[in-house]
Ligand binder design. Structure first.
Ligand code: AMP
Length: 299
């Protein structure tokens, strides 16, 4: 393995974080004590660039289009101002976040729950396909303030009239480009048409292809545009390396690395289901305890 060129990728994340000319603090946002305390509990010391840029605009009631990837802190960028706007006394859905997958849905709901740690009266509910609908029905009937949902399941609830959007003040399209790629365009449009006219629409997307611009034109009112230039998907605590190998050497190199590093647990990401299946079979054939996980398998 020592003959293989291993290059260390510099993490520009820390640098990008420090390069911000204006160092904005969470205290600059006039947050409630409860949200401020939750942010402290979560260990956030200062706003990430997308938060520094987007939070004041969202607080000012503007529609915002934000170009930001996962890992930039975008969830809290819309989560913090949304939570501050919720009226706990009104047990109606006041904010709706649409996102492409159940995993993201759960992740966003968890981030919201953390931000709500000191506001137990505000409730958040993830609604996604795959989970028994009855559980979601019960929770919706009891009244929730914030719904995080995948478009298909949200439509399902709207058709059953178990979800009412008449009181939504903020609608978020998170990972909008992914949602369009997954064919949710019609659902998104149908859902947004049911939200009252005078609401705020926030659009977060890693890329801004024409179909996203079209959605923005149709559903946003003079949106402010914010963008994080150096969105790195890395954290300084994780060392990253890459190895250049020819296709036919990949399996050998991988197995040698596993032997050398002797990891207790490891995840190998593949770009297709087929690849995951093949690789898992091949490493098992070599005596490693491995299993596969991909979208063709039952939940
Ligand atoms: P996201 O881009 O929303 O998926 O966030 C990526 C991760 O960064 C999540 O684990 C957040 O909890 C965390 N995070 C968000 N904002 C901050 C911040 N200001 N400081 C430190 N971590 C943060």
């Amino acid at each position: 393995v020592h003959n293989i060129p291993v290059r260390h990728l510099m993490s520009s994340y820390a640098k990008w974080w420090c390069d911000m000319n204006t160092r904005i603090q969470f205290s600059d946002f006039n947050l409630s004590q409860e949200v401020g305390k939750a942010i402290e509990d979560m260990g956030f010391e200062e706003p990430s660039p997308i938060q520094a840029l987007a939070i004041p605009k969202i607080q000012a009631g503007r529609d915002v289009t934000a170009q930001a990837q996962t890992g930039t802190g975008k969830t809290a960028a819309f989560g913090i101002p949304i939570i501050e706007k919720i009226d706990p006394a009104q047990r109606r859905v006041q904010a709706l976040v649409l996102c492409p997958t159940r995993e993201l849905c759960i992740q966003i709901a968890e981030e919201f729950s953390n931000l709500l740690a000191h506001l137990p009266k505000i409730t958040v509910l993830p609604v996604y396909g795959g989970q028994p609908i009855e559980r979601q029905l019960r929770a919706l009937q009891a009244g929730v303030h914030i719904v995080i949902g995948t478009p298909g399941r949200v439509m399902d609830h709207l058709d059953r009239r178990t979800l009412v959007l008449n009181n939504v003040k903020t609608a978020v399209l998170d990972e909008a480009d992914q949602m369009l790629d997954m064919g949710f365009r019609d659902d998104i449009e149908r859902i947004l048409k049911l939200v009252p006219q005078d609401h705020q629409t926030l659009l977060f997307s890693a890329t801004l292809p024409q179909p996203i611009i079209d959605i923005s034109r149709r559903f946003q009112n003079k949106p402010e545009f914010v963008r994080v230039e150096y969105a790195e998907l890395t954290v300084p605590q994780i060392e990253q390396t890459y190895i250049e190998v020819r296709e036919r050497e990949k399996l050998d190199v991988l197995c040698r690395l596993i032997d050398l590093e002797d990891p207790k647990l490891a995840i190998i990401f593949c770009n297709t289901k087929r690849r995951a299946e093949e690789l898992s079979g091949k490493v098992r054939a070599r005596g490693y305890r491995a299993d596969e996980l991909h979208g063709d398998m039952k939940q």
